[in-house]
Design a protein around this ligand. Sequence first.
Ligand code: ZN
Length: 86
Amino acid sequence: METNYTTDGMVKKNYRCSLLGHRFVETKKVNNHFSEFECKTCKMQVTNDMRGEKITLTSKLKDINETLFYLNLKKQFLSKFYFRKD
Ligand SMILES: [Zn+2]
């Protein structure tokens, strides 16, 4: 199967981003410190690091965020339980 990439639009959009900067919107809140963002223009995905700086969202980082996300859910779930007991 032949994959015909129509990269023309993408390149132009990326060019726009390099000129004007990305327009990130939050796509997923991992916890209070981490979120995932996607550029509305070029669909580039980023996350933030410990210092709050945006870094490219690699599949490895995605895995880490996923783990953090579920750990956070677990923590919230557990804290709910503990508060009920008080
Ligand atoms: Zn962009």
